[in-house]
Design a protein around this ligand. Structure first.
Ligand code: PLP
Length: 418
């Protein structure tokens, strides 16, 4: 199904891949859609859309409850995706895979259920200066509730994590080190295994925000040596409202659920309840059944292409985009210049023009980018600006997309020159 290119530096023929994304056939303001907002949410290929319909037409039922055939088939399909996800990230056990609403819920769950139980006043939580709010605010709240202190791993001048600063921030008093696999603003891919090792050596847990990692790299939680890893399906061709939290079994076992109700209990009486086994004690209520089953089609698509090929494509695309933007003296780029060290999420500003104005003018040309603080307000404000524009590429973006985007950027700037 997927055609590989032989004529570009990319191992992926993005022009052939994009044919499999129906939405890319539409126009916006009369222009062909150039979608450069995959870091916010990726598009869905035909196979995922068709699977979703097929599930609705043939598998609709609740899971883990009724004994009828439809329920049994739906439960089996649902649980098979848990196996699939566990194998994909090399989790030692399927019980370590908790389905959530997204990375945000997974990270909040760790802060609430592990943090509140174990983090004491005066103990330290270490974060980085590149956090998305989803991996910042839950820890700030935890610190407020417990009296713990927060310390930060600083950035280098070229927008990477300063590992000397990490070694200084993570001390014997540290309980948790939470950091992103990759930054949604800078694109920087962090040395996850190395930071997890520093955390482990200090006796702290590592909590990885994988929202911008799992869509772009293969993830092996054992090789990385991480304790928790959270990500979202909608950034990797899957449905919205679904995510995964991986946690080491011993840690999950030791956590109490934060949401209670149906299906997460072992036994309930009029005056109390005991919890079901992992992972169900963290999945109260009816889960996103169709989403979970459909997610398998997204994983099929990614695996057919291969995560290494996807990373290679993104590298070639980013290299080209950075070179094109680098030719423009009126553009400031926030993020590493070496495509090997980053994802295809490129944040920038145009001298003298508001980021929102640029985004609006690009939209008029059919080019979809995001502007704002990208849910990383302290990071963006540390650049001395309130907002940036972010163009983020994925496996369906071509070099022609870059050309259209840069041409549109020229036109936008020209408007402000006059
Ligand atoms: N962390 C990072 C780095 C992100 O980019 C995002 C989404 O933009 C999230 C966390 C939150 O993901 P979700 O909104 O799917 O929960």
């Amino acid at each position: 199904m997927v055609v590989r290119a032989e004529t570009t530096n990319s191992p992926v023929d993005a022009a052939a891949v994009r044919e499999q994304f129906p939405i890319l056939a539409r126009t916006v303001h009369g222009r062909p859609l150039v979608y450069l907002d995959s870091a916010a949410s990726s598009l869905r290929p035909r196979a995922v859309i068709e699977r979703e319909r097929e599930v609705a037409e043939t598998l609709h039922s609740n899971v883990h409850r009724s004994a009828h055939t439809l329920a049994a088939e739906t439960t089996a399909a649902f649980e098979s995706v848990r196996d699939r996800v566990a194998a994909r990230i090399n989790a030692p056990a399927r019980e370590e895979i908790v389905f959530t609403r997204g990375a945000t819920e997974g990270l909040n769950m760790v802060a609430r259920c592990w943090g509140e139980k174990h983090v004491l006043a005066g103990e330290r939580i270490v974060l980085t200066r590149m956090e998305h709010h989803a991996n910042l605010v839950p820890w700030l709240q935890l610190a407020r509730r417990t009296g713990a202190e927060i310390a930060f791993i600083e950035l280098t001048g070229d927008y990477r994590l300063d590992l000397d600063s990490a070694a200084r921030a993570i001390n014997g008093n540290t309980k948790i080190v939470a950091f992103p696999h990759a930054s949604n603003v800078l694109g920087t891919v962090n040395p996850v295994a190395e930071i997890a090792r520093i955390a482990r050596d200090a006796g702290a847990l590592s909590v990885v925000d994988g929202a911008q990692g799992a869509p772009h790299r293969s993830v092996d939680v054992q090789a990385l040596g991480v304790d928790f890893y959270a990500f979202s399906a909608h950034k990797m061709l899957g449905p919205t409202g679904l995510g995964v939290l991986y946690g080491r079994r011993k840690l999950l076992d030791d956590m109490d659920p934060w949401m209670t109700g149906g299906e997460m209990i072992e036994r309930v009486t009029w005056d109390g309840a005991s919890w079901a086994e992992l992972p169900h004690k963290f999945e109260a209520g009816t889960p996103h059944i169709a989403g979970v089953i459909t997610f398998a089609a997204a994983l099929d698509f990614l695996d057919e292409l291969g995560m290494d090929a996807i990373a290679g494509h993104e590298r070639a695309w980013t290299d080209y985009a950075l070179a094109k933007l680098g030719e423009l003296p009126w553009v400031t780029i926030y993020g590493p210049r070496d495509a090997h060290e980053r994802t295809a999420a490129i944040s920038f500003n145009v001298d003298g023009v508001f980021a929102d104005d640029i985004a609006q003018l690009l939209d008029a040309d059919g080019v979809a980018v995001r502007s704002g603080h990208h849910c990383a307000q302290p990071l963006v404000e540390s650049f001395g600006v309130p907002a940036t524009v972010r163009a983020s590429g994925y496996l369906y973006n071509t070099l022609e997309d870059v050309d259209t985007f840069v041409e549109s950027l020229h036109d936008a700037r020209r408007l402000f020159e006059n």
